[in-house]
Design a protein around this ligand. Sequence first.
Ligand code: APR
Length: 258
Amino acid sequence: MAGAGISTPSGIPDFRSPGSGLYHNLQRYDLPYAEAIFDMDFFHQNPNPFFALAKELYPGKYRPNMTHYFVRLLHKKSQLLRMYTQNIDGLERLAGIPPQMLVEAHGTFATATCTVCWSKYDGEKLRPDVMSGRVPKCSTCKGVVKPDIVFFGEELPPYFLKYLTDFPLADLLIVMGTSLEVEPFASLADAARGSVTRLLINRDLVGPFAWRRRPHDVVQLGDVVDGVRALVDALGWTREVEALVAAGAEKAAAKTEE
Ligand code: APR
């Protein structure tokens, strides 16, 4: 289970860290309250703040970090059952984690939907408008096209229900970089069986790790990359994960030269 805290090492602000979190830096968007940026009613009145954020977060600007490549290595070693992420930065796909191994619970910029006629769009089609600050319009009905990011009050994607079979099967749950403040995602932490170890790698104690600790829970507080590095060292996987990080950086450099 992951949240915005796994992407801060890549340079993307999280939502709630005091001072640096996105919700503390939205003044320039002139919002009635921070979460309005993900509120459908507000979006229909004024889509500009969301699209200004989309321009900031649109895939391509940031690179995955060791945390993302660690999950890719878990998959490579057939140890990954699924990665549940709240993040919309797309860094999991960019790190090479196959989409079928991902549940992007709060949606993705990879696809978009017209808010009037429900026509589907590839996220890349919206890039020119988003990058030049224009609100993307549907080619069929001229309605506003919204990336498939889950707004507050909206249904989570149907594949979120995979948790009903994934969590009872899991024999280890790793929770990284999330405040576990947003439902229903946060409650997944309690969906693991009681006998299963739950490992929190996070700057601070959150959710059940703070107030409903289980006997097998393990907590590694501090920076997420430091925590992942300690785990990877203990597993003897340091060389392999560093090779993935280096290959990812090389691919990014080659792409920039294109
Ligand atoms: N190392 C370790 N922990 C970190 C780091 C880091 N480098 N950076 C941030 N964190 C921790 C923060 O201390 C916090 O506990 O990660 C957590 C991030 O919490 P939030 O900012 O609340 O992000 P997240 O949990 O993903 O928010 C959930 O809220 O608004 C919605 O849809 C939005 O998906 C988002 C959801």
